[in-house]
Design a protein around this ligand. Structure first.
Ligand code: HEC
Length: 121
């Protein structure tokens, strides 16, 4: 049956395409570096958001700025998509800091790292 062979080829092509997409997603997830995210947060966010594992009195938490532990604890509100969307624009009073897509992915990886109970470091 020649039709059958064509169908098989079509299915195999679809499976291959799907695998390629999945592999791409895994690479993207691995590329995010939570240590870099934590370092970035220490430099740019710790002024206003409390960083787990750091001296609290070093931070002068800005009114209304949630700690990173609080963000990690609230999976629903601070899910990857929400945080990425939020950080893609500077927030008041974080006007001066512009984050790249990679920075954002790294910060999210770090929040998820805290979330997994592996502490802030
Ligand atoms: C100058 C102070 C300041 C700095 C620096 C700052 N933030 Fe914020 N951030 C705030 C304040 C105040 C809020 C709460 C008000 C708001 O949502 O805009 C906030 C809110 C947020 C929220 C979401 C709040 C919500 O409940 O929706 C996230 C996520 C966040 N900041 C991440 C960061 C990250 C990551 C950095 C570092 C790259 C950073 N912030 C740097 C002051 C700051």
């Amino acid at each position: 049956m020649p039709g059958m062979e064509d169908e098989m080829k079509r299915i195999m092509a679809r499976v291959a395409a799907l695998l390629a997409v999945t592999a791409g997603m895994v690479v993207t997830a691995q590329a995010a570096d939570w240590r870099a995210g934590r370092g970035l947060a220490l430099r740019h966010c710790g002024k206003c958001h409390v960083i787990p594992g750091e001296e609290i009195d070093k931070a002068q938490p800005a009114a209304g700025a949630p700690s990173f532990a609080a963000m990690a604890a609230d999976r629903e509100r601070y899910n990857d998509e929400q945080v990425a969307a939020f950080l893609s624009k500077p927030h008041y009073p974080m006007q001066a800091i512009v984050l790249s897509k990679r920075d954002i992915a790294n910060v999210i990886a770090w929040i998820n790292h805290i979330r997994e109970g592996r502490g802030g470091k």
